[in-house]
Write a protein that binds this ligand. Sequence first.
Ligand code: AMP
Length: 281
Amino acid sequence: MKVVKNVLHMQKIALKHLKNKNEIGLVPTMGALHKGHVSLISKSVKNNDISIVSIFVNPIQFGPNEDYIKYPKPVQKDLKICKENHVDYVFMPSVNDMFSHNYKTFVKVRDLQDILCGPIRPGHFVGVVTVILKLFNISQANRAYFGMKDFQQLKIVEKMVKDLNFSTEIVPCPIVREKDGLALSSRNSYLSADEKKNSLNIFKILNLAKQDFKKCKLNLVKSKAINRFKKIPNSKLDYAEIVKFDDLSKVDEKTKKAVFTVAMWIGKTRLIDNIIMSKKK
Ligand code: AMP
């Protein structure tokens, strides 16, 4: 396994693999790797000749009052996980190398970025999509792996790839959870024992909504869930919404496949989670 820190060096390596007809898989991450990331890495390693894991805590996707500075950076542990999981290259660029002092280009996916987390985290998705597009060009990836945990991000990236005619295949990967149901996240390390206990309610409530979706009107599914979320101690709800699975658009009573998506604060930690809901019994 090679650790590559320079953007042009990484791109040169990728172009060489492309010339040799090696298929390249990319797993974009911000590090602090856990079993959720490992599930993406394993898929990439299984289905490509070469796998690149990028570790980049992207400053332009964090708001001024967000956790950019305190975001966990256990580099040695991350490298060990990558090595144990047969990654070929770990790409760890510096901020200066990704965004030179005269950087000017940003990518926007309209509408999809203006709902759910969008208005609450202004500029977040422009930051995410811009870096992902750069990573696609640097890595020359045939396939890129994204977790359904960040469902809005996944749908925005899918749209960007379609609209801009990228040939990179986007591979969605299911949410990996702790045994108790909590979706794995690098930010879970911020939770105290009590907060962790409280956060277990999120998945329980999503599961109840999933059952309600089969038999109740949408408004009721949503209001029951919101009431339950609001009862979680020491919490604040950013949003709880039901959207269409395919494109995050508005649901109606005829919608067969939807996603219940939630963002909430448990203490000082912002958690997101979602569940796919279908009318089929
Ligand atoms: P992050 O390092 O948080 O930016 O996440 C990097 C990638 O890992 C994103 O595509 C996430 O959706 C994915 N990911 C994070 N947590 C999980 C999880 N619990 N299950 C599946 N994928 C995840």
